[in-house]
Write a protein that binds this ligand. Structure first.
Ligand code: 5GP
Length: 215
């Protein structure tokens, strides 16, 4: 590898995005992936059943409890958690391969998972997405009504519990308006990618060369 390229050889960034249901996380993730096609969205394993429209391997790897337990024992998960009575886990292999290769990874995981990832990967960046207000969250949950297993009141209670964990996060973004929230997320991604602490090796190109620093 040319010395000029080494300056910006960096590890991939792990971005964690957590939000209570109804905060608009899926829409924002889709928007973010359009802005940054180079970010890889981690596909979790789960024991819950697929919902209509969900594609195995794209949205989740849907597996039986036995398979999930085997993977737990083998240490295949970077973190796992019990969320709303189903198990969810982030596969360790693809996550570590991507960050080693300098590819950024986005984890859409809950507050328990976020703490576990931060403990193991100290440079991971955690972002908490907030709805504009309780009233607006309640309105969005009522409009959605996709999941009948849980009442709106139950979901609001869950949201309240999750939002209490916000102080453990690095950033918060309020989803008042999609464009504004995407701008905030975009700024976080750009700034975190430019952290000097993520550069693996410093070696400047020799003087008088036209080679740009950011190659
Ligand atoms: P859903 O079943 O609605 O897709 O997701 C329910 C919750 O589980 C969401 O808050 C989502 O962020 C979280 N979740 C999804 N995958 C994982 C994972 O691999 N680990 C953890 N800890 N949470 C996850």
């Amino acid at each position: 590898m040319q010395s000029s390229r080494i300056l910006t050889q960096r590890e991939g960034v792990i971005f964690i995005l957590s939000a209570p249901s109804g905060a608009g996380k899926t829409t924002l993730i889709n928007g973010l992936m359009k802005i940054f096609p180079g970010i890889t969205l981690s596909v979790s394993y789960t024991t819950r059943c697929p919902r209509p429209g969900e594609v195995p391997g794209r949205d989740y790897h849907f597996v039986a409890k036995k398979r999930f337990a085997e993977m737990q024992v083998r240490g295949n998960f970077a973190e796992w958690a019990n969320v709303h009575a189903s198990l969810y886990g982030t596969p360790r292999g693809p996550l570590e391969r991507n960050i080693r290769r300098g590819r950024d990874v986005l984890l859409d995981i809950d507050v328990q998972g976020a703490s576990k990832i931060k403990r193991q990967y100290h440079r991971a960046v955690s972002i908490f997405l907030l709805p504009p207000s309780w009233q607006e969250l309640e309105r969005r949950l009522a409009l959605r009504g996709t999941d009948r297993r849980e009442s709106i009141r139950q979901r609001l209670e869950n949201a309240r519990r999750e939002i209490r964990a916000i102080m453990r996060y690095d950033y918060f973004v309020v989803n008042r308006e999609i464009g504004e929230a995407l701008d905030s997320l975009r700024s976080i991604v750009i700034a975190e990618r430019l952290r000097i602490s993520r550069v693996k090796k410093w070696r400047l190109p020799s003087l008088h060369r036209k080679t740009p620093f950011n190659q």
